[in-house]
Design a binder for this molecule. Structure first.
Ligand SMILES: Cc1ncc(COP(=O)(O)O)c(C=O)c1O
Length: 1004
């Protein structure tokens, strides 16, 4: 290891899975034995039923790298970035990252766990999110804080959609032009082709604030307004007249959506949005970016969308129109206090096209880290950081105003810690000069508002990462460029009405106390490190430590996405390499790296479809998206969110047209053909998961694509299941126009207890011109950015969840062309082997698809006799599958996916991570569960028995949601495990069955 390389913080040789070739559990002997067991000769035979015409001969990528080569590579790339004294903020301010964040981000029980759908085995994640919700509630004053959406911009769109639902017959949201332009671009991209109209309220060029008179006029003249969205700190650094704006909203009966910076709401900062308005009535919703509460800029992501809505005696219903996940306080069957996900009947997995949003994976772990970090700061820490930020901003503003030709642009407008400077030279040119002198000096905002055009404007940000010395150096640099001839202009005093007078009362805890608390929480979850995590469709595979190591290199974490391109060549190299890798993996010519989750990847795809049809003058005509019934809920929810409203008019179906499955488990192509005959001209596209959610490859996909294309439509492949076919199937040959690859599934980034995920979207030649965001190109050995000529817009304020791109980049470099294929093959082999073993005892679903070869996952069910026995013993059939899922928790495993896509199915996905002996042991557990419920069906009434809590009373939790508690230095109690999950996994299934019976007896 070179001395310039950052040392590893772990010992790979001591980790069970870290140094296995391609992180695959099965060795050659295992592979031979598993193949023999299922009657195949080679790994290639696993794909014998797939036509050769859609296969890839080899993945056009280099060979894999060794562990040492990987370490060297990621360090070398990180070192290509240039860290300088940075005054970049612009909606992503840079604060000190507290000491607890690194260690909390290393708690594998928290980082690698799945979304807490099984509350009895997920109190760890639920509790961290509860702390986050409660602390953000203390900061903002809002009673309901969601945990959590993607980032500020998409969160704002969700808030705007929510306002449309809340204000009857409304169509329009007025959006302040003083919001960050990246956010405005994202909401406009989302709103296009939907029923939402956006009216833009201009800046007042004199004071650099929202033009309140113009807003009044807009409110008077715009029909059907739902809401006004406005910032507290605007895109020129100025503090808006939030009281006046909220009052205007109240007077006009429209919702107010305040966009704030949560950091600035700490003690000693700005007034909380719950108090905006002359009557302190508060804004109706709050939206914020929370990334910097937890982590550094990370070249723009992962972000953290903070959303809050009022929830009190007079308004208990608005929350039901919101998007995203909430954690609620509830009790288990024995009355123990615990937490659970609540209000999920709004979400896509239940409501599908009627859901409030398509969001599924979100930015959960950033919320967890933000919660820990807020505890590390406490009121005192916030106050100290804000004092530094304010003091240094004042000092800089005064100092800089002494130079000839330089002025504080909006002298009369108060700012907190960001301000706009007027320069006597071009701002972009000056930024490059400053970069050469060691400063990332600010953001060029000269073109931000047409009303201010023609002026050279620079936006600068000051926070606790700066010292007096940094500001002195900045002033010294300015002195090399300009004459110091004037007396200083003092910064405008902030009126007391804009400031926070109370304290949020966030307790300050020591790093060691926080860490030991979060470590204990981590133990309440399960991790794929420990053993099979059989959640079908979720691909819970091993998350290599080296990926996290690479992503945490300071050369990456400290880079701001608005730094000059010459300073971020390392970050751009990662993005470029990711683009190239996914072109090779998918066979498609274009790649979008902006989307932060699978569902957002779907939206990227469908929005590109719309742009394509719009370009051909067919946008209105193409009003149907074809989706199989077995699709994940995000698919119909995405189509709706994109603007395909489902309805039947004069017998014609609009919006989503649902396709049924054939008895062999594949989609009914005949049904699609029939629909195309009459309605082909109306079809915008299809969304098909392949392999599908029953784990079966759609062998007629290519034929379907040709038919859709012939009708003028486009083909979206949901690539959540790429783990089965990456490096084997060429999506270009399949006829795919857009596909998302969930990085948090196939490409090993951790699930984070629900996110952040990430999704890379592959794009066909048909859609290249419509790709959103920017593409990285390489010219003369230097990386640069371009935009597609007819871009459909933007889905992220910057480059998506950049830190996750580094993880996927590191993984893909570790696999190389050879490893990518091997990964898919062994994933399929493991699933088929397990299926082969278990199908001897369990009926499988789809019922008539026994002979359809399974790919990476499969579905089991119970015989009618066993269902009857269980029902006779007191568990209704409707609850049986969910209860069997809970029985897995008693064996120390996570439940398989229950009741999706088949109501009475248990879906298993073992992945390639585990060895044959681990698969065999797991099969024994599944068999033991079957035996137990056949012989003692009554145990299902009391499952689970060994988790910290008994079964959770979710009905109660939803009836009367309790969403926060006042967090004090005495953190919420952690109920210990009754039996440690590792001990459960290490017991024999026979012993465990005996214990379960005993525990059952004791609990009745
Ligand atoms: C088949 C399928 N499609 C789409 C998604 C949505 O992906 P994300 O959760 O990343 O938004 C999932 C997530 O589980 C999935 O399994």
């Amino acid at each position: 290891m070179k001395t310039s390389h950052v040392p590893l913080t772990y010992h790979p040789e001591k980790l069970k899975r870290e140094l296995k070739p391609f992180y695959i559990g099965a060795d050659d002997k295992d592979v031979r034995e598993m193949l023999a067991a299922i009657g195949l000769k080679s790994l290639e035979d696993l794909y014998g039923h797939i036509d050769d015409s859609v296969k890839m001969a080899r993945v056009p990528m280099p060979k894999h790298l060794s562990y040492e080569e990987l370490i060297a590579l990621v360090n070398d790339v990180a070192q290509k970035n240039k860290r300088k004294i940075s005054f970049l903020g612009d909606g992503l301010p840079q604060y000190k990252v507290t000491d607890v964040v690194g260690p909390v981000c290393s708690i594998r029980g928290l980082t690698t766990a799945y979304t807490p759908y099984q509350p009895e085995r997920s109190q760890g994640t639920l509790q961290t999110l509860w702390i986050y919700q409660s602390l953000v509630s203390q900061l903002t004053g809002f009673e309901a804080i969601n945990a959590s959406l993607y980032d500020r911009s998409t969160c704002l769109f969700e808030a705007m959609n929510c306002a449309l639902r809340l204000v009857k017959d409304s169509t329009t949201v007025i959006v302040a032009n003083t919001l960050y332009p990246g956010d405005i671009e994202v909401i406009e991209t989302h709103a296009r082709e939907t029923g939402m109209k956006i009216a833009r309220a201009p800046v007042n060029p004199q004071n650099g604030k929202l033009d309140v008179e113009a807003l009044k006029k807009l409110l008077n003249t715009t029909p059907l307004v739902a809401a006004v969205a406005f910032p507290q700190v605007n895109n020129l650094g100025n503090l808006e007249a939030v009281d006046e704006i909220v009052d205007l909203c109240s007077q006009n009966n429209v919702k107010s959506i305040a966009v704030v910076d949560p950091m600035l709401l700490g003690k000693g900062g700005l007034k909380a949005p719950v108090k905006f308005g002359m009557r302190m009535q508060g804004s109706d919703m709050v939206v914020a970016e929370g990334q910097h509460l937890a982590i550094g800029p990370n070249f723009g992501g992962p972000g953290l969308g903070i959303f809050g809505i009022r929830y009190h005696e007079n308004d208990k219903l608005s929350i039901r129109s919101t998007a995203g996940r909430y954690i609620g306080k509830t009790t288990d069957l024995k009355g123990r206090e615990c937490k659970a996900l609540i209000l999920s009947t709004r979400e896509q997995h239940i409501r599908r096209e009627k859901a409030t949003s398509n969001i599924c994976s979100n930015q959960s772990f950033v919320a967890t880290a933000a919660g820990a970090s807020m505890l590390a700061r406490g009121d005192e820490g916030f106050e100290a950081s804000l004092r530094t930020a304010r003091t240094l901003a004042e000092k800089a503003a005064e100092g800089l105003s002494q130079f000839e030709g330089i002025e504080l642009k909006f002298k009369g407008s108060p700012f907190f810690n960001e301000f706009t400077l007027k320069l006597p030279v071009g701002a972009t040119e000056f930024i490059h000069t400053a970069s050469a002198a060691g400063f990332q000096v600010g953001v060029d905002v000269s073109n931000r508002h047409p009303e201010l055009k023609g002026e050279n404007l620079l936006l600068m940000s000051f926070t606790d990462i700066h010292s007096e010395k940094d500001v002195d150096q900045l002033l010294a640099f300015f002195a090399t460029q300009f004459e110091r001839t004037k007396s200083a202009t003092p910064a405008q005093k902030i009126p007391s009405v804009m400031l926070r007078t109370d304290a949020p009362e966030i307790p300050k805890l020591s790093s060691s106390d926080i860490l030991s608390y979060y470590e204990r929480l981590g133990k309440q979850n399960l991790s794929p490190d420990d053993g099979i995590y059989p959640l079908g469709s979720c691909t819970m595979k091993y998350n290599p430590y080296i990926n996290d190591y690479a992503a945490s290199l300071p050369g990456f974490t400290n880079m701001h996405p608005e730094a000059p391109l010459e300073d971020v060549q390392g970050c751009l190299e990662v993005l470029f390499e990711i683009q190239e890798a996914f072109k090779a993996i998918t066979g498609l010519p274009g790649v979008v790296t902006q989307s932060v989750a699978g569902a957002q990847g779907e939206l990227v795809g469908i929005k590109m479809f719309q742009a394509y049809h719009r370009d051909r003058g067919e946008a209105d005509q193409r009003n149907v998206i074809i989706i199989p019934r077995s699709a994940h809920g995000t698919n119909p929810a995405t189509a709706t969110m994109a603007g395909y409203e489902s309805k039947v008019v004069d017998g014609k179906i609009y919006g989503i047209y649902t396709v049924e499955a054939l008895p062999n488990g594949e989609m009914n192509l005949g049904q699609i053909k029939e629909f195309l005959k009459t309605d082909g001209h109306r079809v915008a596209g299809v969304m098909v998961t392949n392999p599908n959610t029953a784990g079966i490859f759609e062998t007629q996909f290519k034929e379907m694509s040709a038919l859709i294309h012939a009708a003028g439509g486009l083909v979206y492949m949901d690539g959540a299941n790429m783990n089965a076919v990456a490096g084997i199937v060429d999506l270009n040959k399949l006829g795919v126009d857009a596909v998302h690859n969930n990085l948090h599934k196939t490409w090993t980034i951790p699930h984070g207890g629900g996110g952040p995920g990430d999704a890379i979207v592959g794009v066909s030649h048909r859609l290249l011109d419509f790709m959103p965001g920017v593409q990285v190109v390489k010219k003369d050995g230097r990386y640069d950015l371009t935009r597609a000529p007819k871009s459909c817009g933007s889905f992220h304020r910057h480059f998506g969840n950049f830190a996750h791109k580094i993880r996927a980049y590191t993984y893909i470099k570790a696999l190389g062309a050879d490893g990518v294929q091997r990964m898919s093959q062994v994933a399929v082999l493991s699933a088929r082997y397990l299926f082969h073993k278990l199908a001897k005892s369990f009926p499988t679903l789809p019922a008539e698809a026994q002979s359809s070869p399974r790919m990476h996952e499969f579905i089991l069910t119970l015989s009618p006799e066993i269902f009857k026995k269980i029902e006779a013993a007191g568990t209704p059939k409707a609850n049986t599958i969910a209860r069997i899922g809970k029985l897995f928790l008693d064996f120390g495993f996570h439940a398989p996916t229950v009741a999706f896509p088949e109501q009475y199915g248990l879906m298993f996905e073992p992945t390639e991570t585990y060895s044959k002996s681990e698969l065999d042991e797991f099969a024994e557990v599944v068999e033991a569960i079957l035996k137990l419920v056949s012989e003692h069906p009554e145990v299902l009434k009391t499952v689970p028995h060994f988790t910290p809590i008994d079964r959770v009373d979710e009905v109660q939790a939803n009836k009367n949601p309790v969403l926060t508690e006042k967090i004090t230095a005495h953190l919420p109690e952690i109920i210990p495990d009754r039996v440690d999950a590792a001990r459960l996994r290490n017991s024999t299934p026979g012993d465990l069955c005996a214990h379960i019976l005993k525990a059952h007896q004791n609990s009745i």
